[in-house]
Design a protein. Structure first.
Length: 63
């Protein structure tokens, strides 16, 4: 969990003609919150937020 009054926003990698990273662009910004539960398993249907899917896919953190 990330906590504190931190802004959360997507940053998109813009590739060049060879698909190499060229620059970053700002993406969707999310409302500021005191805490966020972020998805770490990659399976959430509500990314970037956790929806509990990790329990169904039996995801185990590398910690």
């Amino acid at each position: 969990m990330v906590s504190g009054s931190l802004p959360l926003a997507e940053e998109l990698i813009i590739p060049d003609e060879n698909s190499e990273p060229l620059k970053w662009e700002n993406g969707k910004a999310y409302p500021d919150r005191i805490s966020y539960d972020l998805c770490h398993c990659g399976q959430s249907k509500n990314k970037p937020f956790c929806d509990g899917t990790h329990l169904d896919v039996r995801f185990k953190s590398g910690n």
